[in-house]
Design a protein around this ligand. Structure first.
Ligand SMILES: Nc1ncnc2c1ncn2[C@@H]1O[C@H](COP(=O)(O)OP(=O)(O)OP(=O)(O)O)[C@@H](O)[C@H]1O
Ligand SMILES: [Mg+2]
Length: 253
């Protein structure tokens, strides 16, 4: 599972992103190895989604460089090496695609020249549906799922893609505790399998079960290290601009 030349799975070096006057990321440097789940923690507007987009080559960098799997983000995406579950899906919910079709989209990077799914693709899709407990709803039109069920469908798409690196932007938002536990278990399995998972979350209580390491982001990386240390009140206070006594409660979104 090591990349070309044993390169880190994800590397950001001095990444700065501006949207007009807004400085969204300011010199973010980050390296993630393989076989790890890293929690990305930060308040609203701290740049989490922008960091995901930078790692995917979906925003212009004002400065800095990004490497995924030892190459450019564009190369990683072409090879299906990086999976992404966005915070919000830019989809037409009325479009006549089923849940199963959505999950099959994760296989596009694997389809041969005919673009026709093969048995292995169907198997990967069914396995992913099962893992997020959506088998029963697989034939439903995607717009006819609840918010949390949709979120799970898009997580299944990422799982079906079988990417070495998975980027998940708030996969737990609007998802109930049971589904959250299912997704946490899945992400742990991916890491145990040598994959790299970067996942943003506002659920600090679940962080110890979810992640091996954590990044605290406020336009720049305030901290990168163990989850226990990330959750120390002083670190949370700096991250969320909270009173230290408030931060101890851990409810921060
Ligand atoms: N397309 C855009 N144009 C202009 N400003 C943007 C754009 N996207 C994000 N921003 C700004 O960049 C900053 C970082 O936004 P980003 O979406 O990365 O934050 P976030 O940490 O993901 O927040 P949240 O927790 O609310 O999802 C914010 O100030 C936001 O208003
Ligand atoms: Mg966001």
């Amino acid at each position: 599972m090591s990349g070309p030349g044993g390169a880190p799975a994800l590397e950001a070096d001095g990444v700065t992103v501006r949207y007009g006057d807004v400085l969204a990321l300011d010199g973010v440097t980050l390296r993630l190895g393989r076989g790890t789940v890293c929690g990305l923690i930060g308040m609203n507007g701290s740049g989490k989604s922008t960091l995901f987009k930078a790692l995917l080559g979906m925003v212009d960098l004002t400065a800095g460089t990004v490497r995924v799997d030892g190459g450019t983000p564009a190369r990683a995406r072409r090879r299906g090496a990086v999976g992404y579950v966005p915070q919000t899906e830019a989809v037409d919910w009325a479009f006549p695609v089923s849940v199963r079709d959505v999950v099959m989209m994760g296989r596009y990077g694997h389809l041969g020249i005919t673009r026709r799914p093969r048995p292995a693709d169907h198997e990967a899709v069914e396995a992913a549906l099962e893992r997020v407990e959506l088998t029963d709803l697989a034939d439903r039109q995607i717009g006819q799922l609840s918010g949390g069920q949709r979120k799970r469908a898009f997580v299944a798409r990422g799982i079906a893609q079988d990417a070495r690196t998975m980027l998940l932007d708030e996969p737990f938002a609007g998802v109930d505790k049971r589904s959250e536990a299912t997704i946490v278990r899945l992400l742990r399995e991916l890491a145990a399998d040598g994959r790299t998972v970067l996942v943003s979350s506002h659920d600090l209580h679940a962080l110890p079960q979810l992640a091996d390491e954590a990044v605290l982001l406020l336009r720049r990386v305030l901290f990168h290290g163990s989850v226990a240390e990330a959750l120390e009140p002083d670190n949370l206070a700096r991250t969320f601009g909270l009173d230290v006594s408030d931060a101890r409660g851990g409810e921060a979104a």
